[in-house]
Design a protein around this ligand. Structure first.
Ligand code: ZN
Length: 284
């Protein structure tokens, strides 16, 4: 499943091809993704993509009507200004510089006026293509916690939010209402780096431990995004997937192997039905 670093890599990969370009045509071969694609998305045809942003694991294509093209007195209030894409479990995007025949799972093409195509492929169809006049209209985005790499995600914030929360810290930091983008692998790795046992209740963390955890989450995600930068060329290759980065994992998937710090055996257990890896000694 694409995690936040992969989505950010996708954003950086497609941005240079889309920014400032006019959308010529949108072809929807299969509208039944996680949510049915709204026909209103076709209002994007003729609009310019002014930027490609990201919120959590959603890619946000910001649109602008070409000035003077639309009669302002006519339906301007209902015109969409955003296309929002989620890659779901198996979605991927790639850039085609010249047309290529669509394959079985190529569900959406966004064809630019200059002939370049953004092609969306999703075998399992858990992804999404949404559209809206305002991002506030999208319930998928309204309850999300802060971005992990922003200043809003701080030790003070985490400490305040953790009050009275007795759930294991591992599950809690994976809750997108608290902070977005901390997937299962990153949660185990961050807790190891911060030397915090994954099963501890969230409200047992001291402010100093919250500080270590916030720093660890930012470092783990930033490193993953940085490594993704080397895979940007993949957007012009056949599968378009940035793939999992060759990040050196400290604990994830290493049950029974020696801890890189203390040589104790890495343990695993399920927390909230998710595999969790940790070092009992370093995180005791
Ligand atoms: Zn250890």
């Amino acid at each position: 499943m694409p995690e936040l670093p992969e989505v950010e890599t996708s954003r950086r990969g497609i941005l240079p091809y889309l920014k400032g370009q006019t959308i010529g045509q949108i072809i929807i071969r299969q509208p039944k993704l996680r949510w049915l694609i709204d026909d209103a998305i076709l209002q994007a045809q003729g609009q310019v993509i002014v930027d490609v942003k990201r919120r959590a694991k959603y890619l946000l294509l910001e649109l602008q009507s070409i000035e003077g093209k639309n009669n302002i007195s006519q339906t301007s209030a209902s015109t969409i200004h955003w296309i929002v894409i989620h890659l779901g479990m198996s979605g991927s995007l790639r850039i085609l510089l010249t047309p290529e025949p669509a394959q079985k799972h190529d569900h959406v093409d966004l064809i630019l006026a200059n002939g370049v195509t953004l092609r969306y492929t999703d075998p399992r169809r858990f992804g999404a293509w949404l559209c809206a006049s305002s991002l506030n209209d999208l319930s998928q985005l309204t309850h999300l916690g802060p971005e992990p790499l922003s200043d809003d995600f701080s030790a003070d914030y985490l400490f305040r939010q953790a009050k009275n929360r007795k759930v294991p810290i591992k599950s809690w930091i994976m809750d997108s209402n608290i902070v977005v983008g901390v997937g299962n692998i990153y949660a185990s790795e961050s807790l190891f780096m911060a030397k915090i046992h994954p099963i501890r209740p969230a409200n047992s963390l001291t402010l100093a431990e919250c500080e270590r955890l916030v720093v660890a989450i930012k470092q783990v995600l930033a490193k993953s995004i940085e490594q993704g930068g080397t895979t940007l060329k993949d957007f012009l290759q056949s599968d378009g997937k940035p793939g999992y980065f060759a990040q050196q994992l400290q604990v994830y998937g290493r049950a029974g192997e020696a801890c890189f710090i203390c040589q104790a055996k890495i343990q695993s257990l399920k927390i909230g039905q998710r595999n969790t890896f940790f070092c009992e000694k370093c995180q005791g």
